[in-house]
Design a protein around this ligand. Structure first.
Ligand SMILES: [Zn+2]
Length: 177
């Protein structure tokens, strides 16, 4: 797509590579997921979304794979992960162990043990709607809300627990767009 100045201003100049201790594995619940091969401390950078931007009114209007994989980074703006990196394959959970730093970076929200699957909560980036091929969340967490709750519908306690781990476009006093 044509890159507008608005989008260029948001492009990370030097995207970080995936953390070397991440591995894409098959998973019985989700088909596939991203797992760790070593212990990872809280706040470590894990992966990112440095692929193509798409503009759309709603996530359903996004082209191709972006509807499934891209994260929201502005009111009408989404960004996919590079398909050769792992960020876009990290699954959603209602009890995430990862969060979002800035607009595009996935970081550990707590210490993560070797062998754990990585999860973030898609409401950490998507404001009004989360597009999923399934209607019901099956993350298996004891706190599962049975649906994919967007940022606008998170509880105050969720927002407090995830402070510092939700996209800056949602939390900044002045949105970047
Ligand atoms: Zn759930």
């Amino acid at each position: 797509m044509k890159t507008s100045p608005k989008i260029q201003s948001l492009t990370t100049p030097s995207p970080l590579p995936d953390h070397p201790a991440l591995e894409l594995r098959t998973d019985s619940r989700f088909g596939r997921g991203v797992f760790t091969t070593q212990d990872i401390p809280k706040d470590t950078h894990l992966a990112g979304f440095y692929g193509e931007f798409s503009e759309a009114a709603t996530p359903q209007d996004l082209p191709g794979d972006a509807a499934i994989y891209a994260l929201q980074c502005g009111p009408t703006l989404w960004r996919d992960g590079d398909p050769h990196t792992l960020g876009r394959y990290i699954n959603h959970s209602c009890e995430p162990n990862c969060g979002i730093r800035g607009l595009y970076d996935v970081v550990a929200m707590r210490d993560i043990k070797a062998g754990e699957q990585l999860f973030w909560h898609y409401g950490m980036t998507d404001r009004q709607q989360i597009y999923m091929t399934a209607d019901v969340c099956k993350c298996g967490s004891k706190h599962c809300q049975q649906r994919f709750v967007p940022y606008a519908e998170l509880s105050e306690s969720q927002k407090a627990a995830w402070a510092g781990y939700c996209s800056s476009w949602l939390t900044a006093a002045e949105s970047p767009l």
